[in-house]
Design a protein around this ligand. Structure first.
Ligand code: NAD
Length: 246
């Protein structure tokens, strides 16, 4: 098992990509600290995870609430003694064309997708520095690299995540902490199911593999980056997009 004995904190763990990653990490023997704002979804995650080899420990964790993050991280370290892996996955969209985008939509997306990644990482990294070991995987997006009409706020947040990934990879390499990102394309999750049929068709026509991705396919790449199999990989952004951006 590739994550046997590892303590892994995943944000936005109760749905879509975060949920698939939690279940896969457990199959690989991890103890997953599953953070999310949805109590209901956390409860069903715990039910779904029953019988898997690892362990899931759910927490209400809002990545915009620095006091709450501090409290959860301290509790986890008290309980398990360490945090080996951090997956910054929590994310939201509030789409609108530039001229119509409300300031609160800009603020909400930047606050969760960009500042949220900063908040959680800043609280976890001191423990990784102490243990001189850690792997951080940030969930960015192809939109952060190539842009997308209607997603000014989202593109800015996801491009920012790539900037932080590369900065932290350089800053923390000397402490044996690796930092990488994934850039998923169009993945079938609750985030994308509300998109209008026209937008889905247009997206599909641009994907060389001819289909949308599954959350489990993103989770497999996150697993690789989280595990020791990628021990010489840091500062990278790996696309998981069916060839969308070749
Ligand atoms: P999702 O909506 O299924 O899951 C997101 C999870 O994050 C939910 O459980 C939600 O409750 C949680 N969340 C929202 N705000 C939070 C907060 N403030 N604190 C903690 N948790 C919070 O979406 P998904 O598609 O699984 O997205 C996961 C990540 O993947 C996001 O960062 C998203 O931007 C990114 N992504 C998704 C796609 C896609 O096509 N689905 C593509 C590229 C990148």
């Amino acid at each position: 098992m590739r994550l046997e004995g590892k303590v892994c904190l995943i944000t936005g763990a109760a749905s879509g990509i975060g949920k698939a990653t939690t279940l896969l990490f457990m199959q690989e023997g991890a103890t997953v600290i599953a953070g999310d704002i949805s109590k209901e979804n956390l409860d069903s995650l715990v039910k779904e995870a029953e019988g898997l080899p690892g362990k899931v420990d759910p927490y209400i964790l809002n990545v915009t609430d620095r006091d709450q993050i501090k409290e959860v991280v301290e509790k986890v370290v008290q309980k398990y003694g360490r945090i080996d892996v951090l997956v910054n996955n929590a994310g939201i969209t509030r789409d609108a064309l530039l001229v119509r985008m409300k300031e609160e939509d800009w603020d909400a997306v930047i606050n969760v997708n960009l500042k949220g990644v900063f908040n959680v990482t800043q609280m976890v990294v001191p423990y990784m520095i102490k243990q001189r070991n850690g792997s951080i995987v940030n969930v960015s997006s192809v939109v952060g690299i190539y842009g997308n009409p209607g997603q000014t706020n989202y593109a800015a947040s996801k491009a920012g995540v790539i900037g932080m990934t590369k900065t932290w990879a350089k800053e923390l390499a000397g402490r044996n902490i690796r930092v990488n990102a994934v850039a998923p394309g169009f993945i079938e999750t609750p985030m994308t199911e509300k998109l209008p049929e026209k937008a889905r068709e247009a997206a599909l026509s641009r994907i060389p593999l001819g289909r949308f991705g599954k959350p489990e396919e993103v989770a497999q790449v996150i697993l690789f980056l989280a595990s020791d199999e990628s021990s010489y990989v840091t500062g990278q952004v790996i696309g998981i997009d069916g060839g969308l951006v070749i």
